[in-house]
Write a protein that binds this ligand. Sequence first.
Ligand SMILES: Cc1cc2nc3c(=O)[nH]c(=O)nc-3n(C[C@H](O)[C@H](O)[C@H](O)COP(=O)(O)OP(=O)(O)OC[C@H]3O[C@@H](n4cnc5c(N)ncnc54)[C@H](O)[C@@H]3O)c2cc1C
Length: 416
Amino acid sequence: MIETDIAVIGAGPAGLMASIYAAHKSAKTVIIDTNTTPGLKLLRTGGGRCNITHSLPINEFIKVYGDSAKFLRFALHDFGPDKTIEFFEKNALKIQTDEHGFCYPYTNRATDVKRVLTDIAESFRVKFQMASKIEHIEREKRLFILQAPKEVILAKAVIIATGGMSWPQTGSNGDGYKFAKALGHTIVNPKPALVPLKTADTWMHKLTGVAIDRVGIRAEFEDKKFTTVGPMIFTDNGIGGPAVLDFSRYITDYLAAGKPAMIKLDLIPDRTLDQIDNNLTDLCRMHPKKEIPGILSEFMPRKLALSICENFDYLKATLSGQLNKQNRRKLAEMLKGLQVKVIAARSMNEATITRGGVSTSEIDDKTMQSKICPGLFFAGEVIDVDGPCGGFNLQICWSTGVLAGTNAQKYTTALK
Ligand SMILES: Cc1cc2nc3c(=O)[nH]c(=O)nc-3n(C[C@H](O)[C@H](O)[C@H](O)COP(=O)(O)OP(=O)(O)OC[C@H]3O[C@@H](n4cnc5c(N)ncnc54)[C@H](O)[C@@H]3O)c2cc1C
Protein backbone atom coordinates (compact mmCIF):
# COMPACT_ATOMS: atom_id res chain seq x y z
CA MET A 1 0.00 0.00 0.00
CA ILE A 2 1.24 3.50 -0.89
CA GLU A 3 0.19 6.45 1.29
CA THR A 4 0.62 9.91 -0.15
CA ASP A 5 -0.61 13.49 0.07
CA ILE A 6 -1.39 13.81 -3.66
CA ALA A 7 -1.92 11.15 -6.32
CA VAL A 8 -1.76 12.28 -9.94
CA ILE A 9 -3.34 9.83 -12.37
CA GLY A 10 -1.72 10.17 -15.80
CA ALA A 11 1.87 11.12 -16.61
CA GLY A 12 1.12 13.09 -19.77
CA PRO A 13 1.99 16.81 -20.05
CA ALA A 14 -0.87 17.86 -17.74
CA GLY A 15 -0.08 15.26 -15.08
CA LEU A 16 3.68 15.93 -15.17
CA MET A 17 3.16 19.69 -14.79
CA ALA A 18 0.58 19.12 -12.04
CA SER A 19 2.96 16.79 -10.16
CA ILE A 20 5.75 19.40 -10.25
CA TYR A 21 3.52 22.10 -8.77
CA ALA A 22 1.99 19.64 -6.30
CA ALA A 23 5.41 18.58 -5.01
CA HIS A 24 7.38 21.82 -5.18
CA LYS A 25 6.45 22.78 -1.61
CA SER A 26 7.21 19.29 -0.32
CA ALA A 27 3.76 17.68 -0.55
CA LYS A 28 4.29 13.93 -0.93
CA THR A 29 3.27 13.22 -4.54
CA VAL A 30 2.85 10.04 -6.56
CA ILE A 31 2.23 10.03 -10.31
CA ILE A 32 0.76 6.88 -11.81
CA ASP A 33 0.58 5.83 -15.47
CA THR A 34 -0.46 2.72 -17.37
CA ASN A 35 2.55 3.08 -19.66
CA THR A 36 6.06 2.01 -18.73
CA THR A 37 7.33 5.53 -19.44
CA PRO A 38 5.79 9.02 -18.97
CA GLY A 39 4.63 11.32 -21.79
CA LEU A 40 4.03 8.76 -24.52
CA LYS A 41 1.67 11.06 -26.45
CA LEU A 42 3.84 14.10 -25.68
CA LEU A 43 6.64 12.44 -27.65
CA ARG A 44 4.40 12.32 -30.75
CA THR A 45 3.39 15.99 -30.59
CA GLY A 46 4.28 18.39 -33.38
CA GLY A 47 5.61 15.51 -35.47
CA GLY A 48 8.12 14.72 -32.70
CA ARG A 49 9.13 18.41 -32.36
CA CYS A 50 6.51 19.31 -29.70
CA ASN A 51 4.73 22.56 -30.41
CA ILE A 52 4.56 23.61 -26.73
CA THR A 53 2.59 26.83 -27.12
CA HIS A 54 1.90 29.80 -29.42
CA SER A 55 3.29 33.33 -29.43
CA LEU A 56 -0.04 35.21 -29.73
CA PRO A 57 -0.50 38.01 -27.14
CA ILE A 58 -2.57 36.77 -24.22
CA ASN A 59 -5.87 38.50 -25.08
CA GLU A 60 -5.86 37.14 -28.63
CA PHE A 61 -4.55 33.81 -27.34
CA ILE A 62 -7.56 33.37 -25.06
CA LYS A 63 -10.05 34.23 -27.85
CA VAL A 64 -8.72 31.38 -29.99
CA TYR A 65 -10.37 28.87 -27.63
CA GLY A 66 -13.90 29.99 -28.56
CA ASP A 67 -16.42 28.29 -26.25
CA SER A 68 -13.63 27.10 -23.93
CA ALA A 69 -12.19 30.60 -23.40
CA LYS A 70 -14.40 31.55 -20.44
CA PHE A 71 -13.31 28.57 -18.34
CA LEU A 72 -9.63 28.90 -19.31
CA ARG A 73 -9.28 32.69 -18.85
CA PHE A 74 -8.04 32.57 -15.25
CA ALA A 75 -5.67 29.65 -15.84
CA LEU A 76 -4.17 31.34 -18.91
CA HIS A 77 -3.66 34.64 -17.10
CA ASP A 78 -2.10 32.73 -14.19
CA PHE A 79 0.29 30.64 -16.31
CA GLY A 80 0.06 31.58 -19.98
CA PRO A 81 2.33 31.18 -23.00
CA ASP A 82 4.98 33.62 -21.68
CA LYS A 83 5.32 31.71 -18.42
CA THR A 84 5.44 28.42 -20.32
CA ILE A 85 8.38 29.64 -22.38
CA GLU A 86 10.03 31.08 -19.25
CA PHE A 87 9.52 27.76 -17.43
CA PHE A 88 11.32 25.73 -20.09
CA GLU A 89 14.05 28.32 -20.72
CA LYS A 90 14.78 28.55 -16.97
CA ASN A 91 15.34 24.84 -17.13
CA ALA A 92 17.88 25.13 -19.93
CA LEU A 93 15.53 24.33 -22.83
CA LYS A 94 15.60 27.27 -25.23
CA ILE A 95 12.38 27.85 -27.17
CA GLN A 96 12.12 29.07 -30.79
CA THR A 97 9.08 30.54 -32.57
CA ASP A 98 8.42 29.84 -36.25
CA GLU A 99 6.86 32.18 -38.83
CA HIS A 100 3.33 31.07 -37.81
CA GLY A 101 3.92 31.82 -34.12
CA PHE A 102 4.23 28.12 -33.20
CA CYS A 103 6.76 27.60 -30.37
CA TYR A 104 9.08 24.59 -30.29
CA PRO A 105 12.17 23.61 -28.30
CA TYR A 106 15.32 24.85 -30.07
CA THR A 107 16.48 21.26 -30.30
CA ASN A 108 13.24 20.36 -32.17
CA ARG A 109 12.92 17.32 -29.91
CA ALA A 110 9.85 16.42 -27.86
CA THR A 111 12.13 14.13 -25.84
CA ASP A 112 13.80 17.24 -24.40
CA VAL A 113 10.43 18.60 -23.21
CA LYS A 114 9.71 15.28 -21.53
CA ARG A 115 13.20 15.17 -20.01
CA VAL A 116 12.85 18.66 -18.49
CA LEU A 117 9.48 17.78 -16.95
CA THR A 118 10.55 14.42 -15.53
CA ASP A 119 13.89 15.81 -14.23
CA ILE A 120 12.12 18.61 -12.34
CA ALA A 121 9.48 16.23 -10.98
CA GLU A 122 12.20 13.85 -9.78
CA SER A 123 14.13 16.73 -8.20
CA PHE A 124 11.00 17.43 -6.11
CA ARG A 125 10.88 13.74 -5.14
CA VAL A 126 7.73 12.90 -7.11
CA LYS A 127 7.36 9.12 -7.02
CA PHE A 128 6.80 7.65 -10.51
CA GLN A 129 4.56 4.62 -10.41
CA MET A 130 4.73 3.44 -14.05
CA ALA A 131 3.08 0.39 -15.66
CA SER A 132 0.27 0.74 -13.16
CA LYS A 133 -3.30 1.17 -14.34
CA ILE A 134 -5.77 2.69 -11.91
CA GLU A 135 -8.98 0.71 -12.21
CA HIS A 136 -11.16 2.18 -9.56
CA ILE A 137 -11.36 5.24 -7.28
CA GLU A 138 -13.52 5.80 -4.27
CA ARG A 139 -13.63 8.35 -1.51
CA GLU A 140 -13.86 7.19 2.08
CA LYS A 141 -14.11 9.91 4.69
CA ARG A 142 -11.20 12.25 3.88
CA LEU A 143 -9.13 9.83 1.82
CA PHE A 144 -9.23 8.65 -1.78
CA ILE A 145 -8.61 4.96 -2.38
CA LEU A 146 -7.09 4.22 -5.78
CA GLN A 147 -7.08 0.61 -6.86
CA ALA A 148 -4.50 -0.76 -9.32
CA PRO A 149 -4.04 -4.48 -10.03
CA LYS A 150 -0.93 -4.77 -7.88
CA GLU A 151 -1.33 -1.94 -5.38
CA VAL A 152 -3.64 0.31 -3.45
CA ILE A 153 -2.87 4.01 -3.14
CA LEU A 154 -4.31 6.13 -0.36
CA ALA A 155 -4.26 9.87 -1.11
CA LYS A 156 -5.58 13.02 0.54
CA ALA A 157 -6.05 14.65 -2.88
CA VAL A 158 -6.27 13.27 -6.40
CA ILE A 159 -5.54 14.98 -9.72
CA ILE A 160 -7.15 13.28 -12.69
CA ALA A 161 -4.94 13.97 -15.74
CA THR A 162 -5.80 10.94 -17.82
CA GLY A 163 -6.29 12.78 -21.14
CA GLY A 164 -9.17 12.17 -23.52
CA MET A 165 -9.93 9.21 -25.78
CA SER A 166 -7.99 10.02 -28.92
CA TRP A 167 -4.86 8.06 -29.86
CA PRO A 168 -5.79 5.39 -27.27
CA GLN A 169 -2.60 3.50 -28.14
CA THR A 170 -0.78 6.14 -26.03
CA GLY A 171 -2.82 5.21 -22.95
CA SER A 172 -5.66 7.75 -23.04
CA ASN A 173 -8.67 5.48 -23.29
CA GLY A 174 -11.32 7.48 -21.46
CA ASP A 175 -10.71 6.03 -17.97
CA GLY A 176 -10.68 9.55 -16.50
CA TYR A 177 -14.32 10.03 -17.52
CA LYS A 178 -15.22 6.81 -15.70
CA PHE A 179 -13.46 7.99 -12.51
CA ALA A 180 -14.99 11.49 -12.68
CA LYS A 181 -18.45 10.02 -13.24
CA ALA A 182 -18.06 7.63 -10.29
CA LEU A 183 -17.23 10.66 -8.11
CA GLY A 184 -20.37 12.51 -9.20
CA HIS A 185 -19.33 14.43 -12.33
CA THR A 186 -21.15 14.96 -15.63
CA ILE A 187 -19.33 14.00 -18.82
CA VAL A 188 -19.98 16.01 -21.98
CA ASN A 189 -20.14 13.47 -24.82
CA PRO A 190 -16.53 12.94 -26.04
CA LYS A 191 -16.04 13.35 -29.82
CA PRO A 192 -12.99 13.24 -32.09
CA ALA A 193 -11.60 16.70 -32.91
CA LEU A 194 -8.70 18.10 -34.90
CA VAL A 195 -9.41 15.16 -37.16
CA PRO A 196 -9.50 14.57 -40.95
CA LEU A 197 -12.97 14.70 -42.50
CA LYS A 198 -14.76 12.24 -44.78
CA THR A 199 -16.46 13.76 -47.82
CA ALA A 200 -19.22 12.57 -50.13
CA ASP A 201 -17.46 14.05 -53.17
CA THR A 202 -15.91 10.87 -54.54
CA TRP A 203 -14.03 12.68 -57.35
CA MET A 204 -11.80 14.16 -54.64
CA HIS A 205 -10.88 10.75 -53.27
CA LYS A 206 -8.75 10.12 -56.35
CA LEU A 207 -6.60 13.06 -55.30
CA THR A 208 -5.14 11.25 -52.26
CA GLY A 209 -1.84 12.84 -51.26
CA VAL A 210 -2.31 16.07 -53.24
CA ALA A 211 -1.43 18.94 -50.90
CA ILE A 212 -2.19 22.66 -51.07
CA ASP A 213 -0.10 25.14 -49.06
CA ARG A 214 -2.95 27.50 -48.22
CA VAL A 215 -6.67 26.90 -48.36
CA GLY A 216 -9.51 28.77 -46.70
CA ILE A 217 -12.41 26.74 -45.31
CA ARG A 218 -15.70 28.36 -44.44
CA ALA A 219 -19.21 27.38 -43.46
CA GLU A 220 -22.24 28.80 -41.76
CA PHE A 221 -24.27 26.80 -39.25
CA GLU A 222 -27.22 28.16 -37.31
CA ASP A 223 -26.25 31.78 -38.09
CA LYS A 224 -22.66 31.26 -36.91
CA LYS A 225 -19.84 31.69 -39.41
CA PHE A 226 -16.70 29.57 -39.14
CA THR A 227 -13.44 29.95 -41.07
CA THR A 228 -9.95 28.52 -40.98
CA VAL A 229 -6.96 29.01 -43.26
CA GLY A 230 -3.88 26.82 -43.69
CA PRO A 231 -2.42 23.83 -45.50
CA MET A 232 -4.73 21.05 -46.69
CA ILE A 233 -4.23 17.56 -48.11
CA PHE A 234 -6.65 15.25 -49.94
CA THR A 235 -7.03 11.81 -48.34
CA ASP A 236 -8.44 8.49 -49.57
CA ASN A 237 -11.90 9.40 -48.33
CA GLY A 238 -11.85 13.14 -47.79
CA ILE A 239 -9.62 15.96 -46.64
CA GLY A 240 -7.01 16.49 -43.93
CA GLY A 241 -4.14 18.80 -42.99
CA PRO A 242 -3.99 21.69 -40.48
CA ALA A 243 -6.79 23.85 -42.00
CA VAL A 244 -9.15 20.86 -41.98
CA LEU A 245 -8.15 19.66 -38.50
CA ASP A 246 -8.83 23.13 -37.10
CA PHE A 247 -12.15 23.33 -38.94
CA SER A 248 -13.22 19.93 -37.61
CA ARG A 249 -13.57 21.47 -34.12
CA TYR A 250 -16.55 23.45 -35.39
CA ILE A 251 -18.47 20.63 -36.99
CA THR A 252 -17.94 17.56 -34.85
CA ASP A 253 -21.22 18.25 -33.02
CA TYR A 254 -23.19 18.31 -36.30
CA LEU A 255 -21.44 15.25 -37.63
CA ALA A 256 -21.89 13.35 -34.36
CA ALA A 257 -25.62 14.05 -34.66
CA GLY A 258 -25.54 12.30 -38.04
CA LYS A 259 -25.95 15.53 -40.02
CA PRO A 260 -23.77 16.21 -43.08
CA ALA A 261 -22.12 19.62 -43.25
CA MET A 262 -21.76 21.72 -46.41
CA ILE A 263 -18.47 23.60 -46.41
CA LYS A 264 -16.69 25.77 -48.98
CA LEU A 265 -13.02 25.55 -49.90
CA ASP A 266 -11.33 28.76 -50.96
CA LEU A 267 -8.51 27.38 -53.09
CA ILE A 268 -6.85 30.79 -53.51
CA PRO A 269 -7.48 32.57 -50.18
CA ASP A 270 -4.90 35.33 -50.73
CA ARG A 271 -6.66 36.81 -53.77
CA THR A 272 -10.12 38.34 -54.11
CA LEU A 273 -12.73 37.06 -56.52
CA ASP A 274 -12.12 40.03 -58.84
CA GLN A 275 -8.35 39.52 -58.76
CA ILE A 276 -8.77 35.87 -59.73
CA ASP A 277 -11.20 36.80 -62.49
CA ASN A 278 -8.67 39.33 -63.81
CA ASN A 279 -5.82 36.80 -63.54
CA LEU A 280 -7.90 34.26 -65.50
CA THR A 281 -8.78 36.86 -68.12
CA ASP A 282 -5.11 37.76 -68.62
CA LEU A 283 -3.95 34.13 -68.73
CA CYS A 284 -6.68 33.12 -71.22
CA ARG A 285 -5.84 36.09 -73.41
CA MET A 286 -2.11 35.28 -73.35
CA HIS A 287 -2.54 31.52 -73.93
CA PRO A 288 -5.77 31.04 -75.94
CA LYS A 289 -4.69 27.59 -77.19
CA LYS A 290 -3.94 26.25 -73.72
CA GLU A 291 -6.36 23.79 -72.12
CA ILE A 292 -8.02 24.99 -68.91
CA PRO A 293 -6.05 22.63 -66.62
CA GLY A 294 -2.87 24.27 -67.89
CA ILE A 295 -4.27 27.67 -66.91
CA LEU A 296 -5.47 26.41 -63.50
CA SER A 297 -2.05 24.85 -62.80
CA GLU A 298 -0.84 28.42 -62.30
CA PHE A 299 -2.87 28.43 -59.07
CA MET A 300 -2.82 24.82 -57.82
CA PRO A 301 -1.29 21.34 -58.26
CA ARG A 302 -1.87 20.02 -61.81
CA LYS A 303 -3.63 16.87 -60.58
CA LEU A 304 -6.26 18.99 -58.83
CA ALA A 305 -6.59 21.26 -61.87
CA LEU A 306 -7.22 18.22 -64.08
CA SER A 307 -9.74 16.76 -61.65
CA ILE A 308 -11.70 20.00 -61.42
CA CYS A 309 -11.91 20.24 -65.22
CA GLU A 310 -13.10 16.63 -65.50
CA ASN A 311 -15.86 17.26 -63.00
CA PHE A 312 -17.42 20.46 -64.26
CA ASP A 313 -19.03 20.15 -67.69
CA TYR A 314 -18.46 23.76 -68.70
CA LEU A 315 -14.69 23.21 -68.35
CA LYS A 316 -14.45 19.83 -70.12
CA ALA A 317 -12.26 19.80 -73.25
CA THR A 318 -12.32 23.58 -73.40
CA LEU A 319 -9.42 25.70 -74.57
CA SER A 320 -8.87 28.84 -72.55
CA GLY A 321 -9.64 31.02 -75.56
CA GLN A 322 -13.12 29.42 -75.71
CA LEU A 323 -13.97 30.22 -72.08
CA ASN A 324 -16.56 32.99 -72.21
CA LYS A 325 -16.85 35.81 -69.68
CA GLN A 326 -19.74 34.18 -67.83
CA ASN A 327 -17.99 30.83 -67.40
CA ARG A 328 -14.74 32.53 -66.45
CA ARG A 329 -16.57 34.26 -63.60
CA LYS A 330 -18.22 30.96 -62.66
CA LEU A 331 -14.76 29.34 -62.52
CA ALA A 332 -13.36 32.18 -60.37
CA GLU A 333 -16.34 31.81 -58.03
CA MET A 334 -15.77 28.08 -57.78
CA LEU A 335 -12.08 28.56 -56.96
CA LYS A 336 -13.15 30.88 -54.11
CA GLY A 337 -15.85 28.54 -52.84
CA LEU A 338 -15.66 24.91 -53.95
CA GLN A 339 -18.66 23.17 -52.33
CA VAL A 340 -17.81 20.04 -50.35
CA LYS A 341 -20.22 17.79 -48.48
CA VAL A 342 -18.65 16.52 -45.26
CA ILE A 343 -20.36 13.35 -44.06
CA ALA A 344 -18.30 12.29 -41.04
CA ALA A 345 -15.17 12.84 -39.03
CA ARG A 346 -12.55 10.09 -39.06
CA SER A 347 -12.25 7.94 -35.98
CA MET A 348 -11.08 8.76 -32.46
CA ASN A 349 -7.92 6.72 -33.18
CA GLU A 350 -6.89 9.38 -35.70
CA ALA A 351 -8.09 12.47 -33.83
CA THR A 352 -5.44 14.78 -32.40
CA ILE A 353 -7.65 15.61 -29.44
CA THR A 354 -11.00 14.80 -27.85
CA ARG A 355 -13.72 17.43 -27.69
CA GLY A 356 -15.97 16.98 -24.65
CA GLY A 357 -15.05 15.54 -21.26
CA VAL A 358 -15.60 16.50 -17.62
CA SER A 359 -18.10 19.36 -17.58
CA THR A 360 -16.48 22.72 -16.79
CA SER A 361 -19.59 23.80 -14.88
CA GLU A 362 -18.56 21.38 -12.11
CA ILE A 363 -14.91 22.50 -11.84
CA ASP A 364 -13.70 25.68 -10.13
CA ASP A 365 -11.84 27.58 -12.89
CA LYS A 366 -9.55 29.30 -10.33
CA THR A 367 -8.28 26.07 -8.70
CA MET A 368 -9.27 23.16 -11.00
CA GLN A 369 -10.90 21.60 -7.94
CA SER A 370 -14.14 19.70 -8.30
CA LYS A 371 -17.18 21.63 -7.07
CA ILE A 372 -18.73 18.27 -6.20
CA CYS A 373 -15.98 16.23 -4.55
CA PRO A 374 -13.51 18.17 -2.32
CA GLY A 375 -9.88 17.16 -2.83
CA LEU A 376 -10.47 16.04 -6.42
CA PHE A 377 -8.74 18.11 -9.13
CA PHE A 378 -8.57 17.92 -12.94
CA ALA A 379 -5.91 18.89 -15.47
CA GLY A 380 -5.51 18.70 -19.25
CA GLU A 381 -7.54 17.11 -21.98
CA VAL A 382 -9.84 15.17 -19.62
CA ILE A 383 -11.67 18.50 -19.07
CA ASP A 384 -14.27 19.65 -21.62
CA VAL A 385 -12.02 22.31 -23.20
CA ASP A 386 -10.07 22.27 -26.44
CA GLY A 387 -8.14 24.52 -28.79
CA PRO A 388 -6.98 24.56 -32.41
CA CYS A 389 -3.63 23.33 -33.78
CA GLY A 390 -0.62 25.52 -32.93
CA GLY A 391 0.35 24.65 -29.34
CA PHE A 392 -2.99 25.64 -27.82
CA ASN A 393 -3.81 22.17 -26.51
CA LEU A 394 -0.51 21.69 -24.72
CA GLN A 395 -0.98 25.17 -23.24
CA ILE A 396 -4.24 23.89 -21.72
CA CYS A 397 -2.17 21.13 -20.07
CA TRP A 398 0.48 23.52 -18.71
CA SER A 399 -2.04 26.10 -17.41
CA THR A 400 -4.53 23.70 -15.83
CA GLY A 401 -1.70 21.46 -14.58
CA VAL A 402 -0.08 24.35 -12.69
CA LEU A 403 -3.41 25.35 -11.11
CA ALA A 404 -4.39 21.78 -10.19
CA GLY A 405 -0.97 21.00 -8.67
CA THR A 406 -0.68 24.28 -6.75
CA ASN A 407 -4.18 24.01 -5.32
CA ALA A 408 -4.00 20.31 -4.50
CA GLN A 409 -0.86 21.14 -2.48
CA LYS A 410 -2.71 23.98 -0.69
CA TYR A 411 -5.67 21.68 -0.04
CA THR A 412 -3.57 18.95 1.58
CA THR A 413 -1.58 21.50 3.62
CA ALA A 414 -4.83 22.93 5.01
CA LEU A 415 -5.89 19.43 6.15
CA LYS A 416 -2.82 19.09 8.41
C1 LIG B 1 -0.16 13.05 -33.01
C2 LIG B 1 -0.49 14.18 -32.07
C3 LIG B 1 0.23 15.37 -32.19
C4 LIG B 1 -0.08 16.42 -31.32
N1 LIG B 1 0.66 17.57 -31.42
C5 LIG B 1 0.39 18.60 -30.58
C6 LIG B 1 1.22 19.76 -30.60
O1 LIG B 1 2.24 19.83 -31.29
N2 LIG B 1 0.85 20.80 -29.79
C7 LIG B 1 -0.24 20.73 -28.97
O2 LIG B 1 -0.54 21.72 -28.29
N3 LIG B 1 -0.99 19.61 -28.89
C8 LIG B 1 -0.68 18.55 -29.65
N4 LIG B 1 -1.41 17.39 -29.55
C9 LIG B 1 -2.44 17.29 -28.48
C10 LIG B 1 -1.73 16.96 -27.15
O3 LIG B 1 -0.83 15.90 -27.33
C11 LIG B 1 -2.76 16.58 -26.07
O4 LIG B 1 -3.69 17.61 -25.95
C12 LIG B 1 -2.04 16.33 -24.75
O5 LIG B 1 -1.15 15.24 -24.84
C13 LIG B 1 -3.05 16.05 -23.63
O6 LIG B 1 -2.29 15.87 -22.47
P1 LIG B 1 -2.88 15.18 -21.17
O7 LIG B 1 -1.76 15.14 -20.19
O8 LIG B 1 -4.15 15.80 -20.79
O9 LIG B 1 -3.22 13.70 -21.65
P2 LIG B 1 -2.31 12.56 -22.32
O10 LIG B 1 -1.12 13.13 -22.96
O11 LIG B 1 -3.22 11.75 -23.14
O12 LIG B 1 -1.81 11.72 -21.07
C14 LIG B 1 -2.73 11.02 -20.26
C15 LIG B 1 -1.97 9.90 -19.57
O13 LIG B 1 -2.87 9.27 -18.64
C16 LIG B 1 -2.59 7.89 -18.62
N5 LIG B 1 -3.76 7.16 -18.13
C17 LIG B 1 -5.00 7.14 -18.68
N6 LIG B 1 -5.82 6.36 -17.95
C18 LIG B 1 -5.06 5.85 -16.93
C19 LIG B 1 -5.33 4.95 -15.87
N7 LIG B 1 -6.53 4.38 -15.70
N8 LIG B 1 -4.33 4.66 -15.00
C20 LIG B 1 -3.08 5.19 -15.15
N9 LIG B 1 -2.78 6.05 -16.17
C21 LIG B 1 -3.76 6.37 -17.04
C22 LIG B 1 -2.25 7.56 -20.06
O14 LIG B 1 -1.47 6.40 -20.14
C23 LIG B 1 -1.51 8.81 -20.52
O15 LIG B 1 -0.10 8.67 -20.42
C24 LIG B 1 -1.12 16.30 -30.37
C25 LIG B 1 -1.82 15.10 -30.28
C26 LIG B 1 -1.51 14.05 -31.10
C27 LIG B 1 -2.27 12.76 -30.99
